[in-house]
Design a protein around this ligand. Structure first.
Ligand SMILES: [Zn+2]
Length: 449
């Protein structure tokens, strides 16, 4: 109706934006309507149906793939229940926020509290399994034991459900301690192995506030994903309301996950949606500019000096040999004049000794000018410092230090162009002067204090 008012070119884009707007309004209205009496609830924005056989392992804490979530979508998961004291509180909190989650239940807990299993199901959450006895280090168990743990866990939860239905074919291994055998077995049974995208460390001895902080910080780092929590911990009960409120404040949305069945086909997805960040968004691309830094740092560009650049055969090699004799083992007889067989020839090729030409810097003239002006600035600053009052004496000393440091390298570089040996002799002069200047200012400042 609205679109028909407008004709021609404007019709299509306007219709499209209207549809988009209506869809988002409808989504918000739906989540509010789904949670009567809780207008501030985050709600559950959508349900995705996944086929475990198409994607047998998910969760970027361990695998390349994760659930096909859009940016800012979060899947809540709770392990180790049911334990009435805390699990019931978790269910109440989720109900108050109309948030749907996936519960990985332990078979033994289900045997002891079958009603707890039914409560999870009746609240509309996804019931999944987490082994029979929650053995630590399942990756080190004999594979037969692991298989037994997995199958018994499913059987116990199925019995607790009591209506002939089975739990979702979603499996999380205790402590995420999987091995190849477990992964292959799960896949052969059509079970989807769930790792997670980030935990909140709520099984550790940390405060509820820390659980909240970790959940939000790690979520912010990944932007979306599967959050791993435990419904048997008091700190999780304490942290969850705040997590849900903050998720809503920051614009995150809760996604509920259910398994595909013959009557309920999987939500259509593209393969790249199962990656947390598709290749085009990889962080590595933003790090690209760092590469040239590494490339330029290597000494590979330095030319290998010719033998003629060295003074071995022109100076008193014998005298040098005797001088170095104590530290470096040298052949008793000098190798001169058989220089073609000199052992260092091969070694030299690998050494980054710069050729003399390296030091012939074309800008030597401008460098000398720079050095001269720097020296002028130094003496000006020195003069100023002498008439300076107490409050500014110290900063002046600092800035002069800066000038002195800048003046030193160009001076030696300029002189090195003429004679490398001379540079060493000439350099100390400005350096010493600069040092004296700096010291005099510091002393003046101290005296005035
Ligand atoms: Zn567990």
């Amino acid at each position: 109706m609205i679109a028909s008012v407008f004709g021609g070119l404007r019709r299509r884009p306007l219709t499209a934006s209207c549809v988009g707007l209506l869809a988002s309004v409808a989504a918000q209205a739906a989540s509010a309507a789904d949670c009567p009496g809780h207008p501030d609830a985050i709600g559950t924005s959508r349900t995705i149906v996944v086929d475990p056989r198409a994607h047998p392992m998910i969760g970027t804490m361990q695998y390349a793939k994760t659930l096909p979530l859009a940016d800012r979508e979060v899947v809540l998961t709770f392990d180790d229940g049911p334990l009435p004291k805390y699990s019931n509180q978790i269910l109440d909190i989720l109900a108050a926020h109309c948030a749907k989650a996936t519960f990985f239940l332990i078979g033994r807990q289900a045997n002891g509290n079958p009603e707890g299993v039914r409560k999870v199901r009746d609240a509309g959450h996804t019931v999944a399994t987490h082994s029979q006895n929650h053995p630590t280090g399942m990756d080190r168990l004999p594979l037969d034991r692991s298989k037994q743990e997995i199958e018994q866990g499913i059987a116990s939860v199925t019995a607790a459900l009591g209506d002939g239905t089975a739990p979702a074919p979603f499996l999380r291994i205790p402590g995420l301690r999987v091995n190849n055998g477990i992964e292959e077995f799960a896949a052969s049974k059509g079970l989807q192995l769930w790792s997670a995208d980030f935990p909140a460390d709520d099984w550790r001895d940390v405060s509820a506030n820390r659980v909240y902080e970790l959940a939000m910080q790690r979520l912010e780092q990944k932007g979306k994903g599967i959050l791993l929590l435990h419904d048997i911990q008091p700190r999780t009960v304490a942290a969850l309301p705040r997590i849900l409120r903050e998720l809503k404040t920051r614009g995150y949305r809760i996604v509920h996950v259910v398994p595909a069945t013959p009557d309920r086909p999987a939500t259509p997805t593209e393969p790249q949606q199962w990656q947390l960040h598709p290749p085009s968004e990889m962080v590595a691309i933003s790090r690209w500019p760092k590469v040239p830094k590494f490339a330029s740092a290597g000494p590979a560009a330095l030319p290998v000096p010719a033998l003629s650049d060295l003074d071995w055969h022109t100076s008193d090699l014998g005298a040098r040999a005797s001088r170095r004799g104590r530290g470096v083992p040298l052949p008793p007889v000098t190798l001169w004049p058989r220089q073609t067989t000199l052992p260092p020839a091969g070694t030299l090729a690998a050494l980054p000794v710069p050729a003399r030409s390296i030091f012939k810097i074309p800008e030597s003239a401008s460098m000398t000018l720079l050095a001269a002006s720097a020296r002028r600035a130094t003496s000006t600053a020195q003069a100023q410092a002498r008439v300076m009052d107490v409050s500014s004496a110290k900063p002046a000393g600092k800035s002069r230090h800066g000038h002195a440091a800048a003046a030193q390298p160009p001076a030696s570089a300029g002189q090195t162009a003429q004679a490398p040996q001379g540079a060493a002799g000439a350099a100390p002069k400005p350096a010493a002067q600069a040092k004296r200047n700096g010291r005099s200012v510091r002393v003046a400042g101290l005296k005035k204090r």
